[in-house]
Design a protein around this ligand. Structure first.
Ligand code: PEP
Ligand code: CO
Length: 449
């Protein structure tokens, strides 16, 4: 049972600190009204579920499990439909089946889903043909369309974010517990996949092996319940602190604060200032917390983040999501891992091979090369292998739809194809085939480490 954080307003220490990347809301009364309404809404997740994920991530930090975290760069209100959600889930389930079976490791499944509506941006405004407007900050703040009206931050959108997250999570919960995620469906997840896609065919062969293994287990008289449902958790970047605060509640069992907008939250590369509001907020809630670490991160910063966010050194509490870029990971990651390990802290190390590998194609599309993504993951595994530490997982931007946003992959997408289905509201995502390709390659790396 959780109650409203208003009963414990004194604990909201982050309120007085500078918060980077917040929208400039034009109507403050409207903002207050929206937040008051949000404070009265029920939690999207329970404190006990967040504790369970923290335990699972503890296994990741100890080297006993692998985190698969993925989904859109930015979810969009007009994509909250059964098909998009099912496709995304299906892709993650297929990737997870590949990793679990081919790498023989328990996979902790976390979506960038049901709350990933807010984006940090490198500039506050955008100029096109001499017209300057506020930059798009995600559907939780303003519209993607380049008009004055659409780009004006509107606090009503915070309520829409809550409702969109709630509908999404409801469907995800139904899919993952209502039979769809039953491992006996391992073939069905592949059914509508392009027949001649190389990754689809490779998956089909693996699904046949899983089927055989399950038949064998049944013949031996075991049919475990764990194969029928799947544990699936939600996560998003805790960027808009007004929204996260309105959904931060005191858990009546423990008396601790939980951000009930999602199971896991992370703090992005642009908002992880040690003296800023985001880190203070994350330090006050009991959810498992991720922090993105870019190529300029120093080991002193990493150690200070541990001191702030994981003072009790609790495995599963803190996950470092590194996003260095394929050309930097082998150079920058070793010192961080070495110093953190030497300090005695047990954090989860997860590789985001997306955000350090973005570039603009000649056509003007923001894109990523599949080979760079793969190379960053390879570098991540190499570094951990040489230090004897655990490569704990991957953090991906992906979709279940057959988009053409990243170049390369087994079913190769060329720069000239990018315009065909370029649908992202923010960063380019791997499509389903590219995501599966990656899962097979990561499973090989995990097995060989
Ligand atoms: C993101 O995950 O979409 C993002 C903006 O990442 P980062 O904070 O690592 O740049
Ligand atoms: Co992104």
């Amino acid at each position: 049972m959780t109650v409203n954080a208003n009963t414990d307003a004194g604990a909201r220490t982050w309120r007085d600190l500078p918060a980077a990347q917040q929208p400039d809301w034009p109507d403050h009364q409207a903002l207050r009204d929206a937040l008051a309404e949000l404070e009265s809404y029920p939690p999207l997740v329970f404190a006990g579920e967040c504790d369970q994920l923290r335990e699972r991530l503890g296994a990741v930090a100890r080297g006993e499990a692998f985190l698969l975290q993925g989904g859109d760069c930015a979810e969009a209100f007009d994509q909250v439909g059964a098909e998009h959600i099912r496709n995304k889930l299906k892709t993650l389930l297929q990737m997870s089946a590949v990793l679990t079976y081919a790498a023989s490791v328990p996979v902790v499944k976390v979506g960038r889903i049901a709350g990933q509506y807010s984006k940090p941006r490198s500039k506050p405004t955008e100029t096109r043909d001499g017209v300057t407007l506020p930059v798009y900050r995600g559907d939780s703040v303003n519209g993607f369309e380049f008009t004055e009206e659409s780009r004006r931050p509107d606090p009503e959108r915070l309520k829409r974010m809550y409702h969109a997250s709630s509908s999404t999570l409801n469907l995800v919960r139904a899919f993952t517990t209502g039979g769809y995620a039953d491992l006996r469906q391992v073939h069905a997840w592949n059914q509508d996949f392009v027949k001649n896609s190389p990754s689809g065919q490779r998956y089909e062969a693996l699904a046949r092996e899983i089927d055989q293994a399950m038949k064998f287990m049944r013949a031996c008289g075991t049919d475990p319940e764990e194969l029928r449902t799947v544990e699936f958790f939600s996560s998003h970047e805790a960027l808009l602190l007004d929204y996260e605060s309105a959904l931060t509640r005191v858990d009546s069992r423990s008396g601790k604060l939980y951000d009930v907008s999602g199971h896991m939250i992370w703090i992005g590369e642009r908002t992880r200032q040690l003296d800023g509001a985001h880190i203070e907020f994350a330090s006050q809630v009991r959810n498992p917390v991720g922090v993105k670490l870019g190529p300029t991160t120093t080991s002193e910063e990493a150690l200070a983040l541990i001191e702030r966010l994981d003072p009790d050194r609790e495995p599963g509490r803190l996950t470092f999501i590194t996003r260095m870029g394929a050309d930097k990971i082998r150079d920058r990651l070793p010192e961080l891992v070495e110093k953190v390990t030497a300090s005695g802290a047990q954090v989860g190390w997860v590789c985001d091979p997306m955000h350090g590998n973005t570039f603009e194609a000649a056509s003007g599309h923001k894109t990523r090369r599949f080979d760079d993504v793969l190379d960053e993951v390879k570098g991540f595994f190499e570094v951990h292998k040489s230090l004897g530490t655990h490569p704990g997982g991957i953090h991906m931007e992906l979709t279940g739809d057959d988009v053409t946003e990243c170049v390369g992959g087994g079913d190769e997408i060329f720069v000239d194809d990018l315009h065909q289905r370029y649908e992202t509201a923010c960063d380019p995502r791997l499509n389903r085939s590219q995501s599966l390709d990656l899962a097979f390659l990561v499973a090989e790396m995990y097995r060989d480490q």
